[in-house]
Design a protein around this ligand. Structure first.
Ligand code: ZN
Length: 173
């Protein structure tokens, strides 16, 4: 088994109160969990991948959500508490799934990664759809339950069930 840690959308606009699409107070709870996972992962020599929303100013996603994470703005930056290190990989994305229209898959395959451990937000949106694509592509998926969250608690719980029961992800409790 060769694992990569995938940190999903821990950017200023979602993490900070007052950010364009603040995910809520649970962001403060998952932050230290993700810090620990990153330290563990780097210590184990795993690849650490950061996925980050990076939208065009008129991105189609803004028909559904308020504008956020616009390319080149502070809101689109990964929070400094989780700053990527030199050997980490940062992959910008414009859709929910980190695989859609990005080079995430070839980046993982080049490193012979077969297992993804996901942390970040939101459980029911970018985490769920990235996990779904990962499963379709044949990766094993692990979700750190205390390291994922959503602005919508009910949707968070539904997504965890979907991840486990339908996608076959392993929920690490
Ligand atoms: Zn977005």
């Amino acid at each position: 088994m060769k694992r990569a840690l995938v940190v999903v959308d821990m950017i200023e606009d979602f993490v900070r109160e007052g950010g364009a699409l603040y995910c809520g107070p649970s962001m403060a709870r998952i932050l230290p969990v993700i810090q620990r996972e990153i330290a563990r992962s780097r210590g184990a020599g795993e690849t650490v991948v950061y996925l980050k929303d990076d939208h065009l100013p008129d991105d189609a996603e803004f028909q559904m959500f308020p504008p956020h994470a616009i390319v080149g703005t502070k809101g689109a930056q990964i929070v400094p508490e989780l700053a990527p290190a030199k050997n980490d990989v940062v992959i910008p994305k414009r859709r929910y799934s980190g695989f859609f229209g990005t080079d995430l898959d070839i980046t993982l395959r080049e490193r012979a990664v077969d297992t993804l451990r996901l942390v970040g937000d939101c459980t029911n949106i970018c985490v769920l759809y990235t996990a779904a694509d990962a499963r379709n592509l044949g990766y094993a998926v692990e979700i750190v339950e205390q390291g994922v969250t959503s602005f919508d608690e009910e949707a968070h719980r539904d997504a965890l069930r979907e991840l486990e029961k339908t996608l076959g992800a392993k929920i690490l409790r």
